[in-house]
Design a protein around this ligand. Structure first.
Ligand code: ZN
Ligand code: ZN
Length: 318
């Protein structure tokens, strides 16, 4: 019996195919996958191939509330008579699904307006954000940093979402969307509750600074954690410099996160409008915190350069 079994559960996420992970000896499934019949079949087959029965699954652990990770949790828990566990900050978005989703959609609209996203694009984002086929509500046990379930430790790693966690085990670290092999996880648009999402994300990376064990991401193949951390930091340093350039050239001006997103990414539609505006907002917000950029509050919020040129070697990390 392998210690860790990866099951590719498909899914329409822009981040690529989702991975569910089984820890057969512990009766644990991490991030069962999106709420589709195809994913369910893949998960069921994966559990059988691992040499255990579905009823041997006792605990479903979730790295964060996103539906491509958490969507199958209630179906699996029902079938296996298992319990579901997540960080307290994401529990409602998972288990109080219908009501929390309505609140989230309203908040997303408000936040997109603050970022300067035009009404027609906000409508487009809203109509692409359809309800998923999961029960309106079900039980999810809330946890905090350092909690354990069958010796699997919750490590709170906010940034991609407020309650994002990684799981530390003897078998390795399960990263969810903290670090991915070919794609930098979205920060800013992936949970509109966060204020300084980039600051929180970079602080979360600091927690795994000296880790040498294998990292199992929520999408794609295993990664070397130190290399992935270096790449994520470099990516965000470059993007912050590009965001500064967008408000500093050709003339310094006060611009919204949406203006900057269009400059950085070009045409943006549907979910990409939310992710793109969120990325720009997160970098400008972080730069305002550090000094090179001044924030002009209001709806929409605007940012303008506070200095003539971008500081060389600026580290964004808190
Ligand atoms: Zn995610
Ligand atoms: Zn994901």
């Amino acid at each position: 019996m392998s210690d860790v079994v990866r099951v590719s559960v498909g899914g329409g996420s822009p981040e690529g195919t989702n991975c569910a992970y089984l820890l057969p000896a512990r009766g644990v499934v991490i991030d069962p996958g999106p709420p589709s019949d195809t994913a369910w079949t893949a998960l069921r087959d994966g559990i059988a191939d691992a040499g255990i029965a579905i009823t041997d699954v006792d605990h479903v652990l979730l790295t964060h509330w996103h539906i491509d990770h958490a969507g199958l949790a209630s179906r699996l828990a029902d079938r296996a008579d298992a319990s579901i566990h997540a960080h307290a900050d994401d529990t409602l978005l998972i288990g109080d699904y219908a009501a929390a989703r309505e609140r989230r959609c309203r908040r997303d609209r408000r936040v997109l307006e603050r970022w300067g996203v035009p009404e027609s694009v906000r409508d487009d984002v809203s109509s692409a954000d359809t309800p998923s086929p999961v029960p309106d509500s079900f039980a999810v046990t809330p946890h905090g940093d350092g909690d354990t379930v069958v010796d699997v430790e919750f490590v709170h790693t906010p940034g991609h979402t407020v309650g994002h966690v990684s799981f530390r085990t003897d078998e390795g670290i399960f990263l969810g969307d903290l670090l991915l092999p070919t794609y930098t996880p979205n920060v800013g648009g992936s949970d509109t509750r966060l204020d300084d999402s980039l600051g929180q994300y970079l602080a979360s990376l600091n927690r795994f600074e000296s880790i040498r064990t294998d990292g199992y991401p929520g999408h794609g193949m295993e990664i070397e954690i130190p290399t992935a951390i270096d790449e994520a930091r470099r990516h965000h340093r470059n993007r912050a410099r590009a965001a500064f350039r967008a408000i500093a050239t050709p003339e310094p001006s006060a611009r919204t996160p949406w203006d900057v997103a269009r400059e950085l990414f070009g045409e943006l539609r549907g979910i990409h409008a939310k992710f793109g505006a969120g990325e720009a907002a997160a970098h400008l917000r972080r730069l305002a915190e550090l000094g090179p950029v001044e924030r002009l509050d209001g709806t929409p919020v605007r940012y303008r350069p506070a200095i003539d040129s971008y500081p060389t070697g600026l580290l964004l990390t808190p």
